[in-house]
Design a binder for this molecule. Structure first.
Ligand code: DQA
Length: 149
């Protein structure tokens, strides 16, 4: 089995389902995890799915992913717009990084139009609700498909 895809979520995403459902939808983060697991499994892959409200913990996991993951899917949430430290960590990983957002930040307030994470991302998936995560997992799997024997 190839290395897993790390699926990391940033602050306030633990409250998905209750948090501004008109923007982020009614599905919980557990629902999103199940969708990602199903999509990964259909592609013969595994995921490691984690959420933290703490910048340093996210950075620890990104550093861990350098050794242990095939690719990273990350919804940095609010930290995407503020964290140079997360950008710096992502620039060190040497594996594909897929940035994902439930909403389409480009269609929202001006302060959401740019993320630091995008500077280190292989690609970005935004605006499809929970399906953004599934599409990001699919992209990560495609970019790191093990070579056929
Ligand atoms: C978000 C968009 C961010 O602007 C916001 O701060 C979030 C969630 C999204 O998934 O749409 O927390 O990353």
């Amino acid at each position: 089995m190839s290395k897993p895809i790390y699926v990391l979520s940033g602050p306030n995403l633990n409250l998905l389902g209750a948090r501004e459902p008109e923007i982020y939808g009614h599905q919980t983060l557990e629902d999103v995890q199940r969708l990602c697991e199903a999509r990964a499994s259909a592609l013969g892959r595994e995921i490691v799915f984690r959420q933290s409200n703490h910048e340093g913990e996210l950075i620890d996991w990104i550093q861990e992913a350098r050794e242990k993951a095939a690719a990273i899917v990350i919804n940095p949430a609010g930290y995407g717009h503020t964290s140079v430290a997360i950008l710096d960590a992502l620039k060190m990983v040497g594996i594909p990084v897929i940035e994902c957002h439930l909403s389409n930040p480009a269609a929202r307030e001006a302060f959401r139009h740019q993320t630091y994470v995008s500077l280190a991302a292989t690609g970005v998936v935004s605006g499809f609700g929970a399906a953004s995560y599934e599409l990001a997992v699919e992209a990560a799997a495609g970019l790191t498909r093990p070579a056929a024997k």
